[in-house]
Design a protein around this ligand. Structure first.
Ligand SMILES: [Zn+2]
Length: 266
């Protein structure tokens, strides 16, 4: 079997606020080690030439915030990812991707107001949490991925945390989250699950969440897994995310993941 080399599956560039563009990518599944490659995010004003390096990438993160005053001087620009092997002449250059939609003044204002509502020191209703986005590509787990069966063999694996990809999650992104009232009490009566609860919460548009992503409230040391996400959009901009969360047992391997990745970052 030919091992697939490291490739990028998709790149998305979207306006984040008046001064920033969010670039997010996904690596294809591979058996290769990322430390054997040099990976660069590049950008250009034209889709076919003039690309310059923006930053070096690893598989510890799946997105980058690029400073571009997109609103004041709106012009299209293009991003791509360049991957080179350190050991042989393998090179992969992705397609070039433009910003998906032009920044919109009304949407930018809603994004700004949502941020103030959640983050304001005195009046904000959000709590600062760590958001761990789940990997959906990259190096297959070296501990538990079964290549014949095409799936993970341990649910509590401390290398991939059940995702099938080494590291499991990207390094955390801080975000303010407004939790609804805890429903723990009724849960115990209804289902008998002690010490666990479901919750609903509201977050801004960044980072972009998907089911399976993890939220860690470091203050109370609680770990939630996202069950569903509902997007509130305006002119294609993501303004808010309404999320349904499921709290994890203290013994769950995701607690270990949160601790290790927080420590790694400090
Ligand atoms: Zn694993």
């Amino acid at each position: 079997m030919n091992d697939p080399r490291i490739e990028v599956r998709s790149i998305r560039a979207t306006p984040l606020d008046r001064k920033h563009v969010l670039v997010a990518w996904e690596f294809a599944p591979t058996l290769e080690r990322f430390s054997d490659y040099e990976i660069w995010l590049e950008k250009s004003n034209a889709p076919h030439d003039g690309f310059e390096r923006v930053t070096a990438l690893t598989d510890k993160t799946g997105s980058y915030i690029d400073e571009e005053r997109v609103f004041k001087f709106w012009k299209q620009y293009f991003v791509r990812i360049n991957i080179k092997s350190k050991n042989d002449d393998y090179e992969f250059i992705s397609d070039a991707y433009g910003i998906e939609y032009p920044p919109n003044v009304e949407a930018m204002e809603l994004i700004r107001r949502t941020k103030v509502t959640l983050e304001n020191n005195r009046y904000g209703n959000g709590i600062e949490c760590n958001v761990f986005l789940k990997k959906t590509g990259g190096q297959r787990c070296v501990e538990c991925f079964d290549h014949l069966k095409g799936r993970v063999t341990k649910s509590q694996c401390d290398n991939c945390y059940g995702t099938g990809y080494t590291g499991g999650f990207y390094i955390p992104i801080k975000a303010y989250i407004n939790f609804s009232v805890d429903r723990k009490v009724s849960q115990i009566a209804d289902v008998g699950r002690m010490g666990r609860s479901e919750n609903h919460a509201i977050m801004g548009g960044y980072p972009v969440l998907r089911p399976g992503d993890v939220i860690h409230d470091a203050r109370l040391h609680r770990v939630w897994v996202i069950v569903t996400v509902e997007n509130i959009e305006r002119r294609r901009h993501l303004i808010k995310q309404k999320i349904h969360l499921d709290e994890q047992e203290r013994t769950h391997v995701l607690y270990l993941m949160c601790e290790e990745k927080n420590a790694e970052q400090e």
